[in-house]
Ligand binder design. Structure first.
Ligand SMILES: *[C@@H]1O[C@H](CO)[C@@H](O)[C@H](O)[C@H]1NC(C)=O
Ligand SMILES: *[C@@H]1O[C@H](CO)[C@@H](O)[C@H](O)[C@H]1NC(C)=O
Ligand SMILES: *[C@@H]1O[C@H](CO)[C@@H](O)[C@H](O)[C@H]1NC(C)=O
Length: 291
């Protein structure tokens, strides 16, 4: 090798390293915690070179992390393992929020429970500061013993809450019928906090601190959302089908998803604001349209 060839082979080598690094960063599910998230509250332990984090809650405080970017659409998935044993009063949350008084928000809240009793999932949808759209579910597995994937799809057509591959709740874009739909840039947040005032048995089951510190584990810190870091979402960009979650197959449930969805609705829903007549003598418009 003469000097010139030698230089080229070094350049090739550097190029190959660069390509490997780039491809690695583009792999779905790739991207470490530090790349995409900031710790915003309390004690967060990073495990496995940032492939997993653990949120802590003790008497002093809970903890949280949130995405560095804000989003305008996406399919947000997080693998979560909830606090073990007696977690009454402890809330683990995974949600998208635009923050502020007139916020849009999509919530997964896991309501801890006494040992031996089932953990409930509460979901909610806020548009322009208006929530009160709670739906609660029990699960067909124990979410404290293993990681499961919880997902929120948000595109111009629909919002779907997923547990593993199963859709459990749909909120369609019915803006043309006057139903609110999230339209502000939202941040992804995960937190572990003291919700004993309301979360378990309507606030009657308090935290048993002999089980503290409570710990919830999270994995998969990929960035599968359309970045919207300004004041507004650019609808043309974030609604574009160049993003896979905006393509036609994500505009409604597939046949097998519909079957799975109906099964969940029949067997695992424990509360639905749409059928709470004392609260809503006339069900909100979206209840009929989301059928
Ligand atoms: C995340 O943390 C970095 C480094 O501390 C900071 O520069 C950035 O503003 C933070 N981002 C958000 C959205 O808080
Ligand atoms: C529906 O089918 C798709 C494609 O075969 C599969 O990936 C998915 O897991 C199925 N969903 C359910 C809920 O069974
Ligand atoms: C809290 O848990 C401990 C350990 O299981 C138990 O001995 C105690 O009675 C519990 N306290 C309450 C208030 O339930």
């Amino acid at each position: 090798m003469n000097k010139r060839e030698y230089m080229f082979s070094i350049l090739d080598f550097v190029l190959v390293l660069f390509l490997i690094a780039t491809v690695d960063a583009m792999v779905p599910g790739g991207g470490g915690f530090d790349e995409n998230y900031n710790v915003t509250w309390g004690n967060v332990l990073k495990l496995n070179q940032g492939k997993e984090v653990q949120l802590f809650m003790d008497k002093t405080e809970g903890s949280a992390f949130e995405s560095k970017h804000k989003f305008g659409s996406g399919f947000f998935q997080m693998r979560i393992k909830l606090p073990l044993k007696d977690s009454a009063g402890v809330v683990t949350a995974f949600y998208l929020t635009s923050k502020g008084d007139t916020h849009d928000e999509l919530d997964f809240e896991f309501l801890g429970n006494r040992e031996g009793k089932q953990i409930l999932i509460q979901t909610n949808v806020f548009t322009n500061g208006q929530g009160n759209r709670e739906q609660k579910f029990v699960l067909w597995f124990d979410p404290s013993t293993d990681f499961h994937t919880y997902g929120i799809l948000w595109n111009p057509y629909q919002i779907v809450f997923y547990v593993d591959k199963t859709p459990i709740r749909i909120f369609k874009n019915n803006r043309r019928y006057g139903v609110g739909y999230p339209s502000k840039p939202m941040t992804l947040v995960c937190s572990l906090w003291n919700g004993e005032g309301w979360a378990t048995d309507g606030g009657k089951a308090k935290i048993n601190w002999s089980y503290a510190p409570f710990k919830a584990n999270f994995q998969t810190f990929s960035d599968s959302g359309c970045h919207a870091d300004g004041q507004k979402i650019n609808a043309k960009v974030c609604g574009s089908t160049t993003y896979w979650w905006n393509t036609v197959q994500y505009s409604r449930l597939s046949a097998n998803e519909t079957t799975a969805f109906k099964n969940v609705r029949a067997k695992y829903v424990t509360y639905d604001y749409c059928s709470d007549r004392p609260r809503y003598p006339v069900p909100p418009t979206e209840c009929r349209l989301n059928q």
